[in-house]
Each structure stands twice: as C-alpha cells, then as structure tokens.
Design a protein around this ligand. Sequence first.
Ligand SMILES: Cc1cc2nc3c(=O)[nH]c(=O)nc-3n(C[C@H](O)[C@H](O)[C@H](O)COP(=O)(O)OP(=O)(O)OC[C@H]3O[C@@H](n4cnc5c(N)ncnc54)[C@H](O)[C@@H]3O)c2cc1C
Ligand code: FES
Length: 397
Amino acid sequence: MSERFSFKKKPLGLLDMLAFTKLLPNRQARISAAPATPPKTLYINKLAKSLHPLRQNLRVTALFEEAPGVIRYRLEPIEGELAYFRPGQYLSFFLEIEGSRITRPFSISSSPADAKEGFYEVCIKNSGFATAWIADNWKVGTEVVSSGPEGHFYYEPARDAKDIICVAGGVGITPLRSLARSVAQGIVEVNMTLIYGCNTASEMLFAEEFHGFEKDGSFKVVYVVANEEVAGAEKGFITRELIEKYAPAGEATLFVCGPQAMYRYLEGEFATLNLSPKRLRKELFGEIKEVTKSEGYPLGKETETHTLTVYMGFESCTMPALGSESLLVAMERAGLNPPSRCRSGECGYCRSFMSAGSVFIPPEEEMRKQADRDTNHIHPCCSFPLEDIELNVPRAK
Ligand SMILES: Cc1cc2nc3c(=O)[nH]c(=O)nc-3n(C[C@H](O)[C@H](O)[C@H](O)COP(=O)(O)OP(=O)(O)OC[C@H]3O[C@@H](n4cnc5c(N)ncnc54)[C@H](O)[C@@H]3O)c2cc1C
Ligand code: FES
C-alpha cells in the first residue's frame, strides 16, 4: 500500500472490549423497558407534518396590483403556522373550476422571514384558464388550499457558488424575488446580480423594492426592456454579452426562470458562456403549451382524439383525450382528481402505470428514472396520447 493511502490502526483497549461485551445485554434491557404498544403520536411525525404538510388551508388577506394583469396575493394560515420553505420553492394550489378539479403551481415570492411573520405571497399573471378564474374569484377573505412547499430551485451553499447571477423573464421573477428578499434580509449570504427581462416599462415588476435592496452592496438589479427605451435600463434582450458585462459567469452559479420561449432562446446564448453545467439551475416551466413545437413530435397527431381508460382503486372510467393536451388535463377535464404538483415531469406525484397504448413525452420534460421507462410508468402531466390509452392512476392524497 502506498504511503499516501496508509492508515494507522488504534489498538483496542480494555474499555472498548467492555463496551463491546455489554452491547447485546444493554440493547436487550432497552427493548424490555420499552412499552408494549407503540406511542400514538411520535414527535418526529409532528415535525415532518409541519415541515412537509400535504395541504395548507390559507386565506387571502390582501391584494396588490403589481402591473396590468399581475396581482400579488398575500396569504395567511386559517389556523396554525405556515410550513417552512427555501426561497425559490413553489406551492401547488388545488382549484375547482367549471367541474374540473385542477392544480396550478405558483412560486412563493415572499421570503421565509415573511412566513415567520405569518404570511406567504404569490404573484400571479392572468394568462389562461386557471389564472383568469383566480383573478375573478380570489378576493380578500377567500379561502384557498395549497400543497406544502415543493421544488428544487433554491440556493444550496454546499453546491452553489457564493456569486450568483439570476436571469428572469416576465412573471418568472417570482421565485427570484423571494431570493432577493432573503439576500436583503441576510437569510441567504450571497452576492446576487439579477438580470430581469420584460417587454415594457409597465411590466418592470418590483423595481422600487429591488433598487432599495441595492444599498448594502450584495445585491444588484439590471432591467432589460425589449420594446421601450427606459432610463437606467438596458434596451433589447438578455444576451451572453449582457450577462458578461454585468456579471462574468466563470465562477458564478446561474439561476434562470422564465417562459418556455426564453429558455429556448437562452440555450443558444449559454452555449458559448464559460459555465459548467452544474453551475446552471433552471426552474421548471409548467405544462408544455404547444406540444407540436417539441423536438420529435409526430406532426398530425395533435388533431386526433383518443379514448383514455383510467383505473383508480376499484373504479374505472373512460374519457376523450386530445392529442394536443396531456393525459393529466384529459383526466381533470373529466372531473377526476388525479395527483399532481409541478405539472412539468419532475416531482413524480402523478406517476402512473400505462398498461396499454403509447404516448409522446417532450424531451425537455422527460425526467423519469430508467426503471420507470422500462416498466411503462409515465408522468401524465407531460404525456400526450398517440393512441387509445389504459392508465392505472393512484388516488390524490
Ligand atoms: C414551478 C412553477 C412555478 C410557477 N410560478 C408561477 C408564478 O409565480 N406566477 C405565475 O403567474 N405563474 C407561475 N407558473 C405558471 C403557472 O403554474 C401556470 O402554468 C400559468 O399561470 C398558466 O396557467 P393558466 O391555467 O392560467 O393557463 P394555461 O395553463 O395556459 O391554461 C390553459 C390550459 O388549461 C387547460 N384547460 C382548459 N380548459 C380546461 C378545463 N375545463 N378543465 C381542465 N383543464 C382545462 C388546457 O390544457 C389548456 O391548455 C409557475 C409554473 C411552475 C411550473
Ligand atoms: S405533476 Fe410533477 S411529475 Fe407530474
């Protein structure tokens, strides 16, 4: 053995030998002294429940219009405390709209210190089916139900560099507002440069708040406005050159959150950035809106309608499934309540066994383990039917 790998053995002493001979009798004595029935409430269960609740009952206590069509909602617990979260995580909200029971994930845009004060905030852009309904129905006093905090888009000191560059597009700013607030409040100790792209001056969310954070030197914000000249902001799109101008990326970790189109554009820009893949953290972007744009989609299938047969426990039912929509949406349209959280292929909550048929899975949302691929387990949130399907779905908890 080389000198480098040699190690010295400490000889066993009398005390070590005594401790060893008493190992078994000591364990036996502890087993005999323990109660015959297990305790009803374990502390560890209580702690786990408060850290990772399946559901949280919340009430809207304030609304703030941040920009045309973008509302920040303040939510407080109906009883008890809010679950702890890491800046960047999201909540999945359970909604019942026109007979459909659906979920939608929204990032927590407030900070963990705010949660200790008793509130979360989410900032929602009215951009489609569920968000239009929320804009019409969530008022002060409305009770809403969410999951516990979920997701992996957060700063991890053991993995990420102390200098972080955050790139946001549009309402993708929300998880990064949580991080910016946490940096300003001293909860997360990093040097943060935020490069935030939007279309017009009216869409520059949180400008006053972010400029206020710049005072202590560990936070900097750069607004990049595509369609207007704005004093103090860059004009155009977020490019590699722009990132390098404000924050040389060599040793930094890059956090990116925005719409699908922004990811596609930035992928090309990042290709030449001096950045190792482990230094890139990307937030999920939710359901694929136009599956025909995904690489490898068999064009023409989007206009077909197939039959989806769902087995849930001892029940089964059939429903139509459009080629252009995920199997999760087909089930929700039929009024079922299948499990889901991220709606982006990552969390695995919707994992189901497909016993017949075939689906298209967009490569950007294919995150299944190899064992699941081999055994026909799919994530309905990112599986689009190519023929009639039979699916065994777990019940939502
Ligand atoms: C991790 C994460 C964090 C996010 N954070 C935020 C955030 O902070 N703020 C924010 O604004 N957005 C956020 N989003 C995006 C958000 O979850 C929604 O995808 C987005 O707001 C659009 O939702 P929408 O229902 O309004 O529009 P869409 O999802 O575009 O709604 C249209 C879709 O609804 C489905 N649909 C239509 N009719 C029915 C029906 N009757 N029954 C069932 N389904 C139907 C169809 O599939 C249709 O394509 C986040 C997404 C993720 C993944
Ligand atoms: S809901 Fe997260 S993987 Fe399907």
